[in-house]
Design a protein around this ligand. Structure first.
Ligand code: NI
Ligand code: MN
Length: 234
């Protein structure tokens, strides 16, 4: 069965492949760009890149309702455990979680960013190291979600694995901006690239179509620009 991905706005991504659905960074409630509400989604697995609100989002409510397994770093996994969420694959960079009897492999990749969690008292708790995800699907397709990160040279190593679709932040301010994201494309060498983490709020305002034109002109990759809610075939 074909693999396709839906951008739900900001960094929220919905992957459908081989009859399974995977939801990444489900920040929907309070997301001005959200294309779906958490109530209408029933993922088979949830991936959390780091603890910030705009990524953790609706994770607790989704996990409690769907019982979907969660892939995240060890520290976020421990925090989820303290909230009563038990089906957690707590990994660290370089480690792989195997989902759906091993038919899908999710490897945690480097990300240069922060990661804090709500401590339940209005403050912040330690959220471990942030990560991206390399998702190897049952049909052989590979999706890389860089999540929140700066550009880093070891993206070349991630690219060696062969990426069908890379989801890269271009919003600047909290992540790499358009110029560095273009340099990331050169290192990752994906077949397709989708810009994310932009235009959600004024500090993340970017012209994604102008960026996509540069990707198409200056790299081997094909850029796909979606409106929130839009789909791309992988
Ligand atoms: Ni963040
Ligand atoms: Mn973010």
């Amino acid at each position: 069965m074909a693999t396709r991905l839906r951008w739900l706005g900001h960094s929220a991504l919905w992957i459908e492949s081989d009859g399974k659905s995977i939801l990444i960074d489900p920040f929907l409630t309070g997301n001005p760009a959200a294309a779906a509400s958490a109530d209408e989604l029933t993922p088979d697995a949830i991936l959390i890149s780091h603890g910030h609100d705009d990524h953790l989002g609706d994770t607790l409510a989704l996990a409690r309702r769907t019982k979907a397994p969660i892939v995240c770093n060890y520290e976020i996994g421990a925090w989820l455990g303290s909230q009563g969420i038990e089906d957690v694959h707590g990994c660290q960079h370089g480690g792989t979680a195997r989902l759906f009897d091993g038919s899908v492999r999710v490897k945690l990749t480097l990300a240069f960013h922060g990661s804090t969690l709500p401590d339940g008292k209005g403050g912040l708790a330690y959220g471990g190291n942030p990560c991206g995800f390399l998702v190897a699907l049952a049909d052989g397709r590979t999706i890389y979600d860089a999540a929140d990160t700066a550009l880093f040279g070891d993206m070349s190593l991630i690219g060696e694995e062969g990426i069908d679709l890379a989801c890269l932040p271009i919003g600047d301010t909290y992540t790499m901006g358009p110029d560095d994201a273009l340099r990331a494309v050169r290192r990752l060498k994906p077949k397709q690239v989708l810009p994310i983490h932009y235009n959600t709020w004024p500090p993340l305002a970017q012209d994604a179509r102008a960026w996509a034109a540069r990707v198409d002109a200056e790299t081997e990759a094909r850029a796909v620009v979606l409106d929130p809610g839009g789909w791309v075939d992988v």
